[in-house]
Write a protein that binds this ligand. Structure first.
Ligand SMILES: [Zn+2]
Length: 444
């Protein structure tokens, strides 16, 4: 592929780091000044902290700017201008799009966008899709009713912007979606990792269709869960569909800030549209070197109705030491979003990221895709149970699998588990996002 055909925006995606940082500073300053001058919420936040646009003179000064947390966004909504509250920087008349967060971590946050913002949203997704090889020859199936969730609406418009043909598969059930993909010879698909695996299972069991052989899906973009960046889960999806699987991470309040390219060497941060900072969760110190985990503080530069400036996302990420062969100068993060500062929990005094359990379960070929983790308390002691399913025909291997699981879990998570083996297809199945990790301790 010629270099210029590889990038959606050849200039920005290959800009030398020094120039990229200059651009980031300029853009940060613009959005900061815009919010200070147009939003009562931001004006008060910054005035209370004694900071104004004139104080931000260098790139390092950005760290003086107050952070925003989700709880603050929830506290102002429901007030005038209704329902967004005084974070809004434009008159309500200019708002053309309503979306909301999925509410997995509490009351949904409302998101207002102007038409200009919406064009920007499609643009930010176009970087992702183009980097993953989507072109105007693709026919893309979206097996969801997108409703008020933003990601697949953005993807839909971005696909059209690139010139792809989009098939919205919202009202169909899973079987009908698979048959539609087959009938129309869809070449690509977007879904959560849970649903990508779930659809393949339904295709094989209920329709006798092997997605890898009988469908023409060549690429799958996943979102909404960490599975796309967990090697064992990615491998299962790629084998089930005979397709390449690419991860992307975004958030309603911020935008689609990262993407994997066809080289699959980690998530590129879109440094031209966002500023990603990684902070030590204890000290708040800025982390610039690879390999050290911290929480992400993120700014979207160009979204004007309801700006998101230095948002404390609580997502745990780390910089990658690698350089991607694609030639983009955008930085890479390794292993996707490893967890959220809120869900990385202590069990028996050990820090546990639920994604590491997934990595172990999905790397054992005798096990099905589903699993469930229950954390409870017996007296003062934490107790952790892992429920798994053996694939049909593998029932005689229970002892072997038990040994593999125990050893791998000990190695990856430093914990011992009660293991329960369940009959295939008896653990709960989820359509969109899974709820496989259940911490029941605080309820007892
Ligand atoms: Zn790359």
């Amino acid at each position: 592929m010629k270099a210029m055909e590889r990038y959606w925006n050849p200039v920005l995606e290959t800009l030398p780091r020094e120039q990229l940082q200059k651009l980031q500073f300029k853009k940060f300053h613009n959005i900061f000044k815009w919010a200070y001058e147009h939003s009562k919420f931001y004006y008060k936040l910054y005035s209370d902290a004694g900071i104004e646009p004139g104080d931000i003179r260098t790139f390092d000064d950005i760290r003086k700017v107050s952070k925003v947390e989700k709880s603050m966004l929830r506290a102002i909504q429901g007030k005038e201008p209704y329902p967004y509250g005084d974070i809004l920087c434009v008159p309500l008349e200019q708002v053309t799009e309503y979306h909301q967060t999925t509410g997995t971590t509490g009351q949904p946050v409302f998101q207002a966008d102007t038409w200009q913002d919406w064009e920007w949203c499609a643009e930010s997704w176009a970087y992702i899709l183009y980097a993953q090889g989507y072109r105007n020859r693709d026919r893309v199936f979206l097996p969801f009713g997108y409703s008020t969730a933003i990601a697949f609406w953005q993807a839909h418009y971005a696909l059209e912007k690139i010139g792809c043909e989009v098939i919205p598969g919202g009202v169909l059930n899973t079987e009908a979606r698979i048959l539609k993909m087959q009938e129309l010879r869809a070449t690509a698909l977007m879904a959560t990792p849970t649903y990508v695996l779930g659809m393949a299972d339904v295709a094989r069991r209920k329709l006798g269709i092997d997605p890898a052989k009988d469908l023409q899906i060549k690429k799958i973009t996943v979102a909404g869960e960490s599975g796309g960046s967990i090697p064992a889960t990615r491998k299962r999806m790629e084998e089930a569909w005979g397709a390449k699987v690419y991860d992307h991470v975004g958030a309603t309040e911020i935008g689609a800030w990262s993407f994997e390219c066809t080289y699959q060497s980690g998530l590129h941060v879109n440094d031209a549209l966002f500023l990603v900072e990684i902070e030590d969760t204890d000290t708040g110190e800025l982390i610039t070197e690879p390999g050290r985990k911290g929480k992400m503080v993120i700014t979207a530069f160009d979204r004007i109705a309801q700006p998101c400036i230095r948002f404390d996302s609580k997502d745990i990420i780390q910089w990658s030491p690698d350089k991607c062969q694609c030639g983009r100068t955008f930085r890479l993060i390794k292993g996707g979003v490893i967890g959220r500062a809120d869900d990385i929990t202590k069990v028996k005094g050990v820090l546990l990221a639920p994604t590491s359990i997934e990595e172990v379960v999905r790397s054992i070929p005798e096990l099905g895709d589903e699993y469930e983790v229950l954390v409870t308390k017996k007296g003062d002691i934490d107790d952790i149970t892992l429920k798994v399913e053996l694939l049909p025909g593998q029932e005689s291997k229970t002892d072997l699998v038990k040994t593999k699981l125990t050893d791998q879990l000990r190695l990856k998570t430093n914990l011992g588990y009660n293991l329960e083996f369940h009959k295939y297809n008896t653990l709960p199945r989820y359509d969109v996002k899974s709820k496989r990790f259940k911490d029941l301790r605080h309820k007892e």
